[in-house]
Design a protein around this ligand. Sequence first.
Ligand SMILES: NC(=O)c1ccc[n+]([C@@H]2O[C@H](COP(=O)([O-])OP(=O)(O)OC[C@H]3O[C@@H](n4cnc5c(N)ncnc54)[C@H](OP(=O)(O)O)[C@@H]3O)[C@@H](O)[C@H]2O)c1
Length: 307
Amino acid sequence: MSAPTHTDRRLSVAIVGLGSIGGVAAGCLAVATRYHVIACTRRPVERLTLEQPDGTVALPLRAVTDPAQLEEPADWVLLCTKTYQTDSAAPWLARLCAPSTRIAVLQNGIGHVERIAPFAGGATVLPAIVYYNGERLAPDRVRLRQGSDRDIAVPDDDCGRAFAELFAGTPLRVALSDDFAALAWRKLLINAVANPITALTLQRQAVLRRPDVRELCLKILDEAVAVARAEGVRLTDDEPARALATLFTFSGELGTSMYFDRLAGRRLEVEALTGAIVAAGERHGIATPLNRALLTLLRVINDAAVA
Ligand SMILES: NC(=O)c1ccc[n+]([C@@H]2O[C@H](COP(=O)([O-])OP(=O)(O)OC[C@H]3O[C@@H](n4cnc5c(N)ncnc54)[C@H](OP(=O)(O)O)[C@@H]3O)[C@@H](O)[C@H]2O)c1
């Protein structure tokens, strides 16, 4: 990154992956104007238009397409690729990370720290749960929708508090959690039924309201909760019903990312969701036959995906 001068002590924030989530985060930080924001992208981008509840704003953006263009480590890195693209982001992280760097991982699933630590170069890894809806409308245009009372949740520790400070005064509301593992698993429960079922049936979320599908979802979630508890996560018996109740507050007309990815022939984020449940079950000797069946079918679809 270009070296800040002695009179310019702005924090540097690198966004790796300028897609739906990274584009919104980059736009919100750029609006704040108090950071050196740099986007690490695979294609050149010169500006970013952010559509947000308060209006649409067009922002100049510095983007680099080659890690060799980065001159020094960043204060913050926001890793915003899909989970299966993490390996391909390694050259960015190698240039951006020093022990003083903090990496916030804005990706679905669990195990963020374990996934990123091998690439982190001694930097501090902060797991994050994303609740906002981001949509990339074009390579240089993103839309923010806010359907929850928070947009991102992070652990309530020093790094999490610094992250919340980073976004203070921006449109993105960061919540601090003293039980981040439970939050991450609750989000995983929702994703672990909504995504596979809509992708496999090629139907939007209304399909979840069918009594037979609802029954299946509860059984899939019972398996996941048993695994989460074996991991030491504090989830209660009614978590499956609560997860479905949350899902039923959403319009049945909504799709899911996996549904849209399948329609577009893109690769599905299978391993970070259903795969994580099955893998954790294996670690603890807990059978997860329904999740395993979903995983097999989703892997078949993934093997045929074009992108
Ligand atoms: N979208 C949402 O509303 C939402 C909500 C909650 C959680 N999430 C989670 O957030 C994460 C990100 O999802 P997303 O929807 O933002 O995905 P996305 O729109 O596909 O964005 C991913 C971005 O990463 C870029 N990328 C991939 N590999 C790269 C590399 N090696 N170097 C530079 N850029 C790279 C992609 O570039 P190209 O454009 O070149 O492909 C793309 O712009 C996922 O784990 C997802 O499950 C998303």
